[in-house]
Design a binder for this molecule. Structure first.
Ligand SMILES: *[C@@H]1O[C@H](CO)[C@@H](O)[C@H](O)[C@H]1NC(C)=O
Ligand SMILES: *[C@@H]1O[C@H](CO)[C@@H](O)[C@H](O)[C@H]1NC(C)=O
Ligand SMILES: *[C@@H]1O[C@H](CO)[C@@H](O)[C@H](O)[C@H]1NC(C)=O
Ligand SMILES: *[C@@H]1O[C@H](CO)[C@@H](O)[C@H](O)[C@H]1NC(C)=O
Ligand SMILES: *[C@@H]1O[C@H](CO)[C@@H](O)[C@H](O)[C@H]1NC(C)=O
Length: 560
């Protein structure tokens, strides 16, 4: 047999590629996560790691994470399992993926549901698809190391999982995403490469144009040579306390899956702080636009953390079902607006291994999905103990034990058993904000301002474009004049908040939009009683037996 000429090789590459593409269409890619690998320390399924820990520790897992992500980004954009292909599921380019076509009446958008009951479970399947693809590259790369190193790298690849960015307790951008170049140990020794966490570069000019990107890479806050992380950090620092209090508030106050997950129904949910991160992390550029956000490599770190918050919530509410109520869809590429959604509705375009689409019920239990999180060691103890452990970890990470809210009552020594002082009923205030999305410019933020200081923020993403959006913003540790509202009688506190709280609407660049242009914007201040918890593994008790009727005061129409 003669030598293959260069054109011969190219010919075979084309044939092979078309064959792969055809094979891919014939059998849709199932989303199963990584069903391999045992953590050598726990003897259980591996945990997704905090990105800051993974970066600081370095070593084979970090090397493989970076090299696998770089390989994924280098894969041909026409391959549905390339970085470009997977990122394109979320928003642009609004085309069929995995052979899943647009439905009649389907929106001109990607497949991602926001403001929608499927928000947490759809994104769980999405992170899972990304993770299994990333790890398949890591497994392949690990085999390329010299025999002295390969076993260590192959073992590291088995336990590699998608890392997360815990923005509610570590609001600064992870250092790992801020450096333009990174040095890792590759199969041939140390190499310095473009950092695949810094940005993603489009190789086809047509994508930059057709997808509506202003430049040939993803962009956060613009700097001289790419991203300005200092500016991203400044913006994240501005919302850090809101992120932390909102996240804790969801854990402490929501009791049903549907309340916890999405922001179209009033009450606290993880979707609002999630949206704040989208809007603040990158000055409203790539991450602030639902159509583009998944192309920024920080997206998966962010959504892995949203999934972690949902998993933590599930760990402390183990007996509850997924959602049991029916909700109309806001509409996506694969789902017509108004479609009634249940926990058995398809999570398009993600297929289950046994055929058919994945459903929320099928991804409800992370024990079946091949990963856990560092705080969820669900094999080591009884479900009741796990609940207590996870609650105390949540309090440590997101509670404010030094604040008025959680401080035990003051009392004279020796009066009673000082180790179990009686819990005194206090007041807890939240602002409920609601707006009709179609009336307000998006992406934007609705700020609650008290005496010139922003004390709460609601985020509005560009999508969905219609329907009601709501946010529940805890008003903790507020000082009006020079008195803490916690020390006031409820009626006085609520009437002071009514008089002094103002709302303002701001775009990403800081420009203000008059609240008068948004007649549907409503603010409601709620006061409720709570009994502080005296132990670290519990939450305060809200309302309930000790509840006194506290009027819910409503400010009709916009104020300020
Ligand atoms: C983007 O454009 C800049 C300036 O023209 C160029 O230096 C850079 O290599 C391009 N990046 C990619 C990923 O094409
Ligand atoms: C980056 O952001 C910081 C903080 O906002 C600012 O002081 C600095 O001038 C910016 N740098 C560039 C190169 O734009
Ligand atoms: C959704 O369910 C409601 C009742 O729960 C029903 O009235 C409505 O017609 C259903 N909509 C669709 C599009 O099936
Ligand atoms: C929102 O406002 C639009 C335009 O004014 C209106 O058509 C729509 O019915 C409103 N939606 C809700 C949920 O109130
Ligand atoms: C609170 O403020 C008022 C006026 O603003 C002032 O007269 C009073 O001394 C202050 N009280 C304290 C305890 O600082």
């Amino acid at each position: 047999m003669g030598k293959l000429s260069a054109s011969g090789i190219a010919y075979w590459a084309v044939v092979l590629f078309s064959w792969q593409a055809a094979a891919q269409q014939a059998t849709p890619v199932p989303v199963v996560g990584v069903q391999a690998g045992i953590d050598p320390w726990t003897g259980q399924r591996p945990a997704r790691q905090n990105i800051n820990d993974l970066y600081l520790l370095g070593g084979p897992q970090w090397d493989l994470y970076i090299l696998a992500l770089a390989a994924l980004q280098d894969a041909n954009e026409d391959d549905e399992l390339s970085y470009f292909g997977i990122s394109g599921i979320h928003g642009t380019p609004h085309r069929a993926w995995n052979g899943v076509e647009q439905v009649p009446g389907g929106s001109k958008s990607g497949y991602c549901p926001h403001g929608d009951i499927l928000f947490p479970t759809w994104h769980r399947a999405y992170v899972l698809l990304f993770e299994q693809t990333l790890v398949s590259h890591a497994v392949r790369i690990a085999k390329l190391y010299p025999s002295s190193r390969s076993p260590t790298y192959q073992a590291a690849a088995q336990v590699l999982r998608q890392p997360f960015w815990d923005w509610a307790s570590q609001p600064a951008l992870p250092v790992a995403v801020t450096i333009a170049h990174v040095t890792v140990t590759g199969p041939e020794g140390p190499v310095t490469i473009r950092n695949p966490l810094y940005n993603y570069g489009f190789r086809r000019k047509s994508d930059v144009k057709d997808l509506g990107f202003g430049q040939n890479t993803t962009l956060r806050c613009p700097g001289t040579d790419g991203n300005n992380a200092t500016e991203s950090d400044r913006r994240m620092a501005n919302v850090a306390s809101h992120l932390k209090t909102q996240v804790w508030d969801v854990f402490a106050r929501t009791k049903t899956f549907e309340d916890m997950t999405f922001d179209s129904h009033g009450g606290a949910s993880f979707e609002n702080p999630h949206g704040l991160v989208h809007n603040e992390v990158g000055c409203g550029n790539t991450m602030g636009n639902i159509d583009h956000s998944a192309f920024d490599p920080i997206f998966m770190l962010h959504h892995c953390n949203v999934d972690r918050l949902v998993a933590l919530w599930q760990a402390i509410n183990p007996s509850g079902p997924m959602f049991t109520t029916v909700h109309p869809s806001t509409g996506q590429f694969g789902t017509a607006p108004g479609t009634n959604l249940t926990a058995d509705s398809p999570l398009k375009p993600f297929f289950a291994e046994e055929g058919g689409f994945l459903t929320s019920n099928m991804v409800s239990d992370i024990r079946k999905l091949g990963y856990t999180y560092p705080e969820i060691d669900d094999w080591s103890t009884t479900p009741e103990n796990l609940e207590r452990l996870v609650r105390s970890r949540i309090n440590t990470m997101y509670g404010e034990t030094s604040s008025n809210l959680d401080a035990g009552p003051t009392q004279r020594r020796g009066q009673r058993n000082r180790y179990s002082p009686p819990a005194r009923t206090r007041q807890y205030y939240v602002a409920e904000i609601q707006v009709n999305r179609s009336e307000i410019v998006r992406p934007s933020a609705v700020n609650l301002v008290l005496d010139g200081v922003i004390v709460g923020r609601m985020s509005l993403l560009e999508m969905p474009r219609t329907g009601l959006a709501s946010a529940s913003v805890p008003l903790r540790d507020l000082v009006v004049g020079n008195r803490s509202v916690t020390d006031m009688a409820a009626s006085e506190a609520i009437s002071l908040l009514q008089q002094r709280l103002e709302m303002e609407i701001r775009l990403s660049d800081g420009a203000e939009i008059s609240v008068d242009t948004v007649p549907s914007l409503e603010l409601e201040i709620q006061g409720m009683t709570y009994v502080p918890s005296l132990s670290a593994d519990r939450f305060p008790r809200f309302g309930g037996a000790t509840r006194r009727p506290v009027a819910v005061h409503k400010v009709v129409g916009p104020i300020g």
